[in-house]
Design a protein around this ligand. Structure first.
Ligand code: ZN
Ligand code: ZN
Length: 248
């Protein structure tokens, strides 16, 4: 009975707050109903995880009924330091628009909301129970110029749902690197050679780590970071992204 009273009180408080300071949807900026938090019903439907078949290893789009436990035509020749990639969807339409939005403007609430959705997707499908969550780091200078790192905000959103520590400072990007897009695979690897390091080896020994990024294209960046984590003693690394792109 006590719980019922508490629930009613919370609903009244929430409705009162909504009248005094109406909240806006982080997806479309429209007014939220007092029963909605973070995003409206329409946006939450818009961001539903894609039901199209994905490779179980690299999350690339594949044809129906294919066995991809050991990879697909896109990834079967790649050596990954991570075990697999989980993603909400593909880098097109709504996901592409929102990823560009959080990349090009300081939209921390939207990035965190997308992280919440990614976290819920991982929990609902029992995809992974990590010991730690971390994210692909950016160079400190880039973060300072931009004022935030969207991948950190996504990882915070995932951490909110999974109730697992977001270990933001275990990785460091040692130097500024050129954009990976447009580079050939060998040049991509060369561009990132020794670009990342682990600053807290003791705290990741034997740990299962969820590595968060916004989008995965060829997987070179995530793989370089996963290599650093595994070399430092991590037991297992799984990559979680909002969207999987089509690049090779
Ligand atoms: Zn909305
Ligand atoms: Zn694959």
């Amino acid at each position: 009975m006590k719980e019922t009273y508490a629930k009613i009180a919370f609903q009244w408080l929430n409705a009162g707050l909504h009248v005094c300071a109406p909240a806006l949807c982080h997806g479309c900026n429209n007014l939220l109903d007092y029963r909605e938090t973070w995003i409206c019903k329409l946006c939450s439907e818009r961001f539903q995880p894609s039901s199209d078949p994905k490779c179980q290893r690299c999350a690339a789009r594949v044809g129906p009924n294919l066995d991809t436990v050991n990879g697909c035509v896109v990834c079967k020749n790649d050596h990954f330091y991570f075990e697999k990639v989980v993603s909400l969807g593909f880098y097109q339409d709504q996901y592409k628009d929102e990823i560009l939005r959080i990349k090009n403007s300081r939209d921390e609430p939207l990035a965190r909301t997308l992280g919440n959705l990614l976290g819920k997707y991982i929990v609902k499908n029992s995809l992974f129970e990590p010991d730690l969550i971390t994210c692909v780091p950016v160079h400190w200078w880039k973060r300072l110029l931009k004022g935030y790192n969207q991948t950190e905000a996504i990882a915070t959103g995932v951490s909110d749902v999974l109730k697992i520590t977001f270990a933001n400072s275990i990785l460091r990007k040692n130097r500024h690197t050129s954009e990976q897009s447009g580079l050939l695979p060998t040049a991509r690897r060369k561009n990132l050679r020794d670009a990342f390091s682990c600053t807290a080896k003791e705290s990741i020994k034997g740990k299962r780590i969820l590595l968060v990024d916004d989008v995965l294209t060829t997987g070179t960046t995530a793989n370089q970071v996963a290599k650093v984590l595994v070399s430092a003693g991590a037991k297992k690394v799984i990559v979680a992204v909002i969207a999987r792109s089509f690049g090779r």
